[in-house]
Design a protein around this ligand. Sequence first.
Ligand SMILES: NC(=O)c1ccc[n+]([C@@H]2O[C@H](COP(=O)([O-])OP(=O)(O)OC[C@H]3O[C@@H](n4cnc5c(N)ncnc54)[C@H](OP(=O)(O)O)[C@@H]3O)[C@@H](O)[C@H]2O)c1
Length: 373
Amino acid sequence: MSTTDHQPGTDLGTGHHQPSIEAVDKGNPGNFRVQWAVVDDINVDLASIVATVAALASVVFLRAPLPIAGLGLAAIVLPLRLLLPRSKPPSGTALITGASSGIGAELSYVMANKGHDLILVGRDREQLDNVRSNIQKLGKDRSVHVIDTDLSVPGAAQGLYNKVTADGHQVEVLVNGAGLGAAGDVLEQPIELSERMITLNCTALVQLTQLFGRDMAKRQRGWILQISSVGGWIASPHHNLYHASKHFVRAFSEALSVELRGYPGVVNTQLMPGPTHTQFITRAHADETTMMTWSGSVEDPKVVAQAGYRGLSTGKRMVFSSWNAAMSATLLQLAPRSVHLTLAALMNSPLRGMAKTEPPLKDQTKRAPEKDG
Ligand SMILES: NC(=O)c1ccc[n+]([C@@H]2O[C@H](COP(=O)([O-])OP(=O)(O)OC[C@H]3O[C@@H](n4cnc5c(N)ncnc54)[C@H](OP(=O)(O)O)[C@@H]3O)[C@@H](O)[C@H]2O)c1
């Protein structure tokens, strides 16, 4: 296990330190590990799209009978989807940021049930201890460590990595779950809040991925779950910066999944929840918006956590928490931008006392997770 502080520009294979300015000047060619011929869900999707276009073209231009084209398409796509090997399900110690409440706490229960030892990270020590005690009540004999730290300050991710490795832990699964939102107009928000949000939602997530990801790449074994959001698909007036930060996470995570083709054994999955009934809503002061009060669209964090773990276990590059979340993201993506922006502004507008979300669960002592399996 490595306890070295990794620096930008350090070559993973050789340990050779390359100053970042040199890397920029030289185009950093040594650090590209481009891979194309890989069986992953990107290539399976790509092959499915090419086969579909070819089947349609054969019907339109070559007058091929529709049933024959359909059968040909099924003969290519079904084996690809059903028979090709999936990555191994995750195992080993999992570090979960944002484990003191909401989706992160629920993921802690799911992962304890699935056999992981856990390192739970958040700021609220009392709630972290409550999650740990709930896990112990499952009677699964897991080792659970808690670390309270504020990841919204510069250098916190490196500090967390240093502590975890100095304590002798080997993190096999990283869940980047800690996140913060803030409803309102960006010009009205304190600069300090914006800075903390970007540091927590983006910088800490990237740095933890780099630090723990490099160790995983060296061991050729590891799993990373990035919690982004349906908001990563929506430009959101009145919840602007949060959704912009999730656009960053989505782009980062999708591109990382391609880069990881060059680092066999490491899986990166992005979980995209829709509006979920957690403290996030009240903390972001979004409990009086159309998006959050429209009860049909607000999801149970337990179900969201299960969807994320399933996606990670099957090596998916991205997974929505529900059909509702997938449909919202897809339709808003397809809509003309003027429609998109108007709908997003409506969804994030305050209802000024007309409706309010039920307060979400705060105290994890009120949550009694069930033993699974
Ligand atoms: N709820 C939604 O509608 C929704 C929708 C899409 C995506 N998401 C994303 O899902 C993730 C989990 O959110 P949630 O819904 O479960 O909300 P939550 O219950 O408020 O959980 C947020 C977690 O992040 C931690 N956290 C917040 N600020 C932190 C900081 N400065 N340093 C370290 N940890 C910090 C919190 O820990 P402490 O309280 O101990 O600081 C808490 O454990 C977030 O990334 C969020 O953006 C949420």
